[in-house]
Design a protein around this ligand. Structure first.
Ligand code: TPP
Ligand code: MG
Length: 407
């Protein structure tokens, strides 16, 4: 699918532009806490494998200050590791993902969007923290819950919305739909519907980066449901054997469709799967964008130094059902509420306000700007044409000079 990007869809969002540079660490914040925590995590690890004594301490949101009884925010954390710009960028990124998807959910209800539609609402910190830790030119591949990735990477909301509408101006020319977003220009290699199918592909992309000596890496995300696929184990073995520059990410939101991890896996701390390959592996609080950013930055450093893959298990949660047709009766309201109280966007908002990085009014102005961009994407999609029938035979995979096989 070379050059799938269409001109009308190439305008980058302000949020994406703002996130592109690496996030500056606050100079006067040596992060004593962070260091102590990671030292404790690594205790007993002599082959790069992280063993964690108390995985419960990594449950989402356990260390986020919350509002006190009077409803006022708790005092700010004494030391912050990241800058004002970093927090504002994360806020804008995650709000764009959420507002965009809330709109997509409404449009699906109105049958403007058809087919499948899996929303990422609740998991935003996982993508925002990844993208802020990586470099331009790095690659991303994921499963079918894939609207947030291109938005964070800089694909225009217009192109993502038009793809949901199956319009020719979509980022996959209207031929992919919700599950098959694709935007090579920003390094987004899809959007894949076969559970676990992207795992060997992610290793393959990393192989290409290594072979071509680009210095870039591939981040390969999957759901908890993908972990029990056989192909994952073959890919893990080869990635370790060849020290491929790949970061495998399990976004463990607790469920594969309606089936909880505990019903299908005897090991529920899924990062431990990496240990049997001696792959550096660790759990991460996926509801805290700072934790995601830090873990990915560490893994990226290792990958770029030629030390090979890492497995990160982001402990996260999806607020909506598996897809738009799932009433989510397999979980309790209390469970959902519990996670909503640890909401990643609220957490970042809290940090911004308690540290006077912005006022309520300026955050409201950001929200308004995002709302307008989302509405503009709907107008764009509504007014775009459907693909013409001759598009059926274009972009079908063929490569005469396959580069890795030589006589
Ligand atoms: C090989 C394969 N088997 C079954 C399915 C049907 N299916 C679609 S989504 C899904 C659940 C996957 O859950 P998970 O990996 O946890 O991702 P999440 O939806 O939670 O993001 C299943 C079983 C599929 N798409 N591919
Ligand atoms: Mg899942």
């Amino acid at each position: 699918m070379a050059d799938t990007k269409v001109k009308a869809a190439s305008t980058k969002t302000a949020a994406a532009k703002a996130s592109a540079p690496k996030l500056a660490k606050a100079a006067a914040a040596p992060a004593a806490n962070g260091k102590a925590k990671s030292a404790a995590k690594r205790k007993g690890a002599d082959n790069g494998v992280v063993t964690v004594a108390q995985p419960d301490s990594l449950l989402p949101g356990t260390d986020r200050p919350t509002a006190n009884a009077s409803g006022k925010p708790a005092p700010a954390q004494p030391q912050l590791k990241y800058s004002k710009e970093a927090y504002l960028s994360w806020y804008e990124q995650m709000q764009l993902m959420r507002k965009f998807e809330e709109k997509a959910g409404q449009l699906y209800g109105q049958q403007k969007i058809k087919g499948f539609c899996h929303l990422y609402i609740g998991q935003e910190a996982c993508v925002a923290g990844q993208v802020s830790a990586l470099e331009k030119g790095d690659k991303y591949i994921t499963a079918y819950r894939d609207h947030a990735h291109p938005l964070a990477l800089g694909t225009s909301p217009n192109a993502v919305m038009a793809e949901l509408y199956a319009k020719a101006t979509g980022c996959s020319k209207g031929k992919g739909g919700s599950m098959h977003m694709f935007d090579k220009e920003v390094g987004f290699m899809g959007g894949h519907g076969i559970v676990g199918g992207q795992v060997p592909m992610g290793a393959g992309i990393a192989f290409a980066e290594k072979y071509n000596k680009t210095g870039k890496l591939c981040i390969c995300s999957m759901g908890d449901g993908a972990v029990r696929q056989g192909a994952l184990h073959e890919a893990f073995n080869m990635a370790m054997l060849w020290k491929l520059p790949v970061i495998f990410v399990i976004e463990n939101n607790g469920y594969a469709m309606g089936t909880s991890v505990a019903r299908t896996s005897n090991v529920t701390d899924l990062y431990k799967i990496g240990l049997s390959y001696d792959m550096p592996s660790e759990p991460v609080n996926g509801m805290r964008v700072e934790d995601v950013h830090e873990a990915v930055a560490r893994a990226a450093e290792r990958a770029r130094a030629g030390e090979g893959p890492t497995l990160l298990e982001f402990k996260t949660y999806r607020y909506k059902g598996h897809s738009m047709s799932d009433p989510a009766k397999y979980r309790t309201k209390e469970e959902l509420e519990d996670y909503r109280h640890r909401d990643a966007i609220e957490g970042v908002r809290h940090t911004i306000l308690t540290n006077s990085f912005a006022t309520e009014e300026s955050l409201a102005a950001i929200d308004e700007r995002i709302k307008a961009a989302v509405q503009a994407s709907v107008d764009f999609a509504e007014n775009s044409p459907y693909p013409t029938p001759n598009e059926l035979y274009k972009d079908v995979y063929v490569q005469a000079d396959y580069p890795y096989i030589h006589d």
